[in-house]
Design a protein around this ligand. Structure first.
Ligand code: URA
Length: 202
């Protein structure tokens, strides 16, 4: 059950990556999720955005960012002047982690071990797509690249040079959905758009 993603460093195309990801048994999440949800977008994308993991909708449909957080991300990308179809969108973890409450599937953050087990797939995407800039959406994505000591609150919106490319960490769009006060939510949305503009400018 705990084989690492051994095939990841050898794949030569996004299609082969998709096929290899679908066979991954690197952690137990594949036992409960409907399917693996790999990254999507052009192989020539200069910008990659990395979220946390697929949500309920993504798990059912097999596509990244098609649920409520995805709709919010679409709105923010449009406002920042970034075309979604030019971006390679993916996640730090490729399977949905959840617990069941009645008929509902409640999101649970992936564990550090699950994020590590999935990391070779993200590395393979980075190698194949070769983006100049990577936006990391939320602490899970940021820590998957910069390690557990990374503090999003300290480094948010900064352009970071690492392994030959530029990285910008910001909040996850779902954090905005959880903000109840509408004025606060609007301010948080504007700040998120501001970070995406930094990403686009980088
Ligand atoms: N949240 C993520 O981090 N990724 C998705 O694909 C959807 C929601």
């Amino acid at each position: 059950m705990t084989e690492p993603a051994d095939a990841a460093p050898r794949v030569r195309s996004l299609a082969a990556l998709r096929r290899a990801e679908a066979t991954c048994t690197g952690c137990e999440l594949q036992e409960h999720a409907e399917q693996v949800v790999g990254g999507e977008g052009p192989r020539t994308a200069r910008l990659m955005l990395v979220g946390e993991q697929p949500g309920d909708r993504e798990d059912r449909q097999g596509h990244v960012f098609v649920g409520p957080a995805g709709h919010l991300l679409d709105r923010a990308l449009a406002e920042a002047g970034i075309a979604r179809e030019d971006v390679f969108l993916t996640n730090a973890v490729k399977h949905f982690r959840f617990r069941e409450r009645g008929k509902r599937r409640i999101h649970q953050s992936p564990t550090v071990r699950q994020v590590r087990a999935c990391h070779p797939w993200l590395e393979a995407e980075l190698r194949l797509v070769g983006p100049e800039v990577v936006g990391l959406l939320g602490a899970v994505a940021a820590k998957s690249v910069f390690g557990q000591d990374f503090r999003l609150t300290d480094r948010r919106g900064e352009i970071l040079e690492h392994e030959g490319r530029r990285w910008v960490a910001t909040v996850h769009p779902s954090s905005l959905l959880r903000t109840e006060d509408s004025a606060e939510r609007e301010a948080a949305f504007e700040a998120f758009v501001g970070d995406l503009r930094v990403v686009a400018g980088a």
